[in-house]
Design a protein around this ligand. Structure first.
Ligand code: PLP
Length: 481
């Protein structure tokens, strides 16, 4: 039987359930333009068009102030793992606010949610992790990593070991250290970055750097760049290597299977600490609690944020492995670092309830055994589309590459010139038709809420295909193809 051709009109809008506040779109856009400087935004061009006002979320869907429903293919910003509309998280937050809205952890005091969350994170993470340092964001988590690994090497009597190696096109946040660890040149151009002692190697992106090699050969090659850099800097000067198991903001860059084991071997060989930035991969994105488990690596530190609260309340931190924690605790004395809101009781209460949901609904297992493999099966079929030169998924995140002319081998595809922003054109069609899919150059990426069902995956991929058709037509009309 031929399936019915898909059009966005076939979307059935579920009953809203909860009250939707009436919002005057124009009025909000006006004060937004007049007063709100948005992150990572060209202020002037946003003001010229006005921001889309998002007013409501439920499950995998969000609504704008004009009543338009969108599939949130990006989980907000890689964080709403448990989906929108979780009343139990709201209740946990409400109850905590009434009992104790805030107290600090600086002066030999603690609060129950922070202590309980630290214990919970220790329980769900690999065995080398028994300690947690709380921050309010992933960026602050990575700033903490920089200070912590340097402090560790000072305490070990190696004060010259201060260099941290990261990767080009990595994303580790936007504070001074976070942006320095990040490997985006457009970030480094502003504000005098990177700060001293942070250097970068090339990313393990097969499409960009792997021509003439099999993916496995390329994985080993890309890892060898770490060793080359260590020898260039001097092994006795390198404190740590940091990497996202999967580069998220860089465009869902999935390294070949040979990459991470080789990185681990090189870190071990030179006694360099391994930091896994799990801000996106943590809390089920790859079908495990942490992405490091997917790749079988054993990091010394893990940054977390985003999915720990499903974004309901800001929270981040660092899971500190025994190797580092033992030294900081036994020899360290005061660690002169922390935030007013480290271990904020309300954020920790939200996280505890969020983790309870992920566990009780077996969302991590589902992604690993059921919906993740199903997404792979359905999404990777998009390779049949004339605009798609590569389509790949891992767990519950996926990316495809828009090409001008396809070839059997992705390296032989003809790409659009970079001055034609095909990704933004495609993103426009996605948005316009009710699908949030992010553009990173010529890569279109998704990371849906982990609650997405098989039927919703079908609905989403049909909508993506419809929007790719619209993009193709548009590009032809523009004379770009
Ligand atoms: C989002 C992100 C960060 C930064 O987190 P913020 O909470 O925005 O500061 C750091 N690392 C990775 C991998 C991220 O995706």
């Amino acid at each position: 039987m031929q399936p019915t051709p898909f059009t966005p009109a076939t979307i059935v809008v579920p009953a809203a359930g909860r009250r939707q506040a009436a919002v005057d779109t124009r009025a909000i856009q006006q004060i937004d333009s007049a007063h709100y400087l948005h992150p990572f935004t060209d202020f002037k061009s946003l003001n010229a068009q006005g921001a889309r006002v998002i007013v409501k979320g439920d499950g995998i869907y969000i609504w704008d102030s004009e009543g338009k429903r969108l599939i949130d293919g990006m989980s907000g910003l890689w964080c709403v793992n448990a989906g929108y509309g979780r009343a139990s998280i709201a209740d946990a937050v409400h109850a905590q606010m009434q009992e104790l809205p805030f107290y600090n952890s600086f002066f030999q005091t603690t609060n129950a949610p922070a202590a309980q969350l630290a214990a919970k994170l220790a329980a769900i993470s690999p065995p080398q992790f028994k300690h947690v340092f709380f921050t309010c964001s992933g960026s602050e988590g990575n700033d903490t990593n920089v200070r912590m690994v340097r402090r560790y090497w000072d305490l070990q009597g190696c004060p010259e070991r201060h260099v941290i190696i990261s990767r080009k096109n990595a994303y580790h946040g936007s504070t001074m250290a976070g942006a320095s660890l990040s490997g985006m040149s457009y970030m480094h151009e502003q504000g005098g970055l990177p700060i001293p002692g942070i250097v970068h190697i090339d990313q393990p992106y097969y499409l960009e750097n792997g021509k003439g090699m099999t993916p496995d050969e390329f994985g080993v090659k890309a890892a060898s760049w770490l060793e080359t850099k260590i020898l260039e800097v001097g092994a006795d000067k390198v404190a740590a290597f940091i990497g996202e198991p999967i580069q998220g903001a860089g465009g869902v860059i999935i390294p070949p299977a040979t990459y991470w084991p080789e990185i681990q071997r090189i870190c071990d060989k030179y006694g360099i600490l391994l930091i896994a930035d799990e801000v996106i991969c943590g809390f089920g994105r790859l079908g495990h609690w942490f992405g490091s488990e997917y790749f079988g690596i054993k990091p010394d530190l893990m940054t977390f944020a985003k999915g720990v609260t499903s974004g309901y309340v800001p929270l981040g931190g660092v899971l500190v492995g025994d190797k580092v924690a033992d030294v900081l605790i036994e020899k360290g004395g005061d660690f002169n670092h922390g935030f007013t809101y480290s271990g904020h009781p309300v954020a920790c209460a939200a996280a505890l309830e969020n983790l309870r949901i992920l566990e009780s609904e077996k969302l991590v297992d589902k992604v690993r055994e059921d919906t993740g493999p199903y997404l792979k099966q359905v999404f990777e079929k998009l390779i049949e589309h004339p605009l798609v030169g590569m389509a790949e998924t891992i767990g519950f995140t996926a990316g495809l590459v828009l090409v001008k002319k396809k070839a059997n081998n992705v390296h032989d595809c003809e790409f659009f010139p970079s001055e034609l922003d095909v990704g933004m054109v495609c993103r426009g069609h996605m948005f316009g038709n009710g699908m949030i899919m992010r553009a990173v150059g010529n890569r279109m990426i998704i990371a849906p809420p982990l609650v997405m069902t098989r039927a919703q995956i079908d609905e989403m991929v049909a909508l993506i295909k419809y929007c790719l058709d619209a993009t193709l037509k548009d590009l032809q009309t523009r004379g770009w193809m």
